[in-house]
Design a protein around this ligand. Structure first.
Ligand SMILES: Cc1ncc(COP(=O)(O)O)c(C=O)c1O
Length: 401
């Protein structure tokens, strides 16, 4: 069976984790601080905070901005549940909008959805393909006069906050910039199946130095990730005073040094990983480009380049049921594939809130015919040939039935 996305296991990772274990510093400490600095240098953002997940990062950002009951946060209907759940945790309303043919949030739909209650726009770089950053920034700027601040932070920013759910997009490029420098906050995921896996993990890249002291934002988010404690474990170990205070009822979502150890090793190899993922994409693109039924995913244009995270193939003209049959056939022929994503209005938690899939025709259209193919470091040429072969055979089998 060809797996879908196994992690890139190597001896250097095992050695680095062993080193951390032997050091005695297992929780957030010197390696996490080093990993944060290395991410900041790689991405070119103002500063970076590492956490136990992207989900936690997005929620801390919303809490920092004071998002609360009655506020509206615009996000795409086509995403993973994390994007909407963090909004609901704050008591705010996820205003779901439709997406374009590239799977990403539609600018036109955002425009229509903005109201004086809009506090944040969360865009998602689906599959690692960047959303329309420049256009969203310009739209937020043009909507400044309608923004109604509710607290000091919102007053100081004076506009809608731009949060990018860049969970898939580590290493993606936008113009001459890295995704990670392209919104007020870009949040990456280091979950086990992501491009840069640390088992579980995430990073918040902060880009607000024009308006705020970003070190203060870092400190505030870091404190919120550790129960609101005035000193973290590393600080306490250095200082003469053991005494600490709890400044707010915070959360518990810090990244450990054991997880950072994996990230430190993988980040050193990351450009090589990206090149390998790109060559897998190239192989698939070339293999499917002449198939009449194939809708190929967006990868690169003059402005954007994907992080080559997941290969989202669409089969033109098929029903959701036929797609599922094709997937079954692919599996029975020894290849693991997946679907990204079920649009949120198809899922109970959101359906129960009144969201209707019929309001998101593009999201449904993209989803119903989508199959995600295996892409991972170490996928061999023979395996790629098998994937291509099995997919073509499976599509032909179901379409001829
Ligand atoms: C689009 C998107 N956003 C957010 C997340 C959440 O990431 P994490 O598991 O690191 O919280 C995921 C995870 O799969 C995702 O796909």
């Amino acid at each position: 069976m060809i797996p879908f996305s196994p992690p890139p296991i190597d001896e250097e990772i095992i050695a680095e984790i062993s080193d951390t274990i032997r050091s005695g510093w297992w929780t957030t400490g010197p390696k996490t601080k080093l990993f944060e600095k290395q991410i900041t240098a790689y991405i070119g953002c103002d500063t970076t905070l590492c956490l136990n997940s992207a989900t936690a990062g997005m929620e801390l950002v919303l809490r920092w901005f004071g998002v609360k009951k009655g506020d509206e946060v615009i996000l795409p209907a086509y995403t993973y549940s994390a994007t909407a759940n963090v909004v609901m945790h704050c008591g705010a309303i996820p205003v779901m909008v439709d997406v374009g043919d590239d799977f990403n949030i539609s600018l036109k739909a955002i425009k229509k959805a903005i109201t004086p209650k809009t506090k944040v726009i969360i865009a998602v770089d689906i599959a690692g393909y960047p959303c329309d950053y420049n256009e969203i920034v310009a739209l937020i700027e043009s909507e400044k006069s309608r923004f109604v601040p509710d607290n000091e932070v919102q007053k100081k920013l004076g506009r809608i906050l731009f949060l990018s759910d860049a969970a898939h997009a580590f290493g993606a490029k936008y113009g001459n910039k890295m995704v990670g420098t392209t919104a007020d906050f870009n949040v990456f995921s280091f979950h086990a199946v992501k491009n840069l896996p640390t088992a579980e993990g995430g990073a918040v890249c902060i880009n607000l130095s024009k308006v705020f002291d970003v070190n203060e934002i870092y400190k505030s988010l870091n404190r919120a990730s550790l129960h609101g404690q005035s000193k973290d474990a590393l600080e306490k170990s250095k200082g003469v005073s053991w005494r600490y205070d709890i400044l707010e009822p915070g959360y518990k979502c810090n990244m450990t040094d054991i997880h950072s150890s994996i990230g430190i090793v993988l980040l050193k190899k990351y450009d090589q990983f990206l090149a390998e993922r790109k060559s897998i994409f190239d192989e698939y693109l070339c293999a499917f480009k002449n198939e009449k039924w194939a809708i190929l995913p967006p990868v690169k244009d003059d402005l954007k380049e994907t992080s080559y995270h997941i290969f989202m193939l669409r089969i033109a003209g098929i029903s959701e049921n036929q797609r599922d049959q094709i997937i079954d056939y692919i599996f029975s022929n020894g290849v693991s594939v997946n679907v990204h994503f079920q649009p949120l209005p198809l899922l109970s938690a959101y359906k129960n809130e009144g969201y209707l899939i019929s309001d998101y025709p593009n999201a449904y259209k993209n989803y119903a015919c989508e199959i995600t193919l295996p892409v991972f470091v170490g996928l061999t040429k023979e395996q790629m040939i098998k994937v291509i072969d099995v997919v073509k055979k499976s599509v032909a089998h179901i379409l001829s039935a």
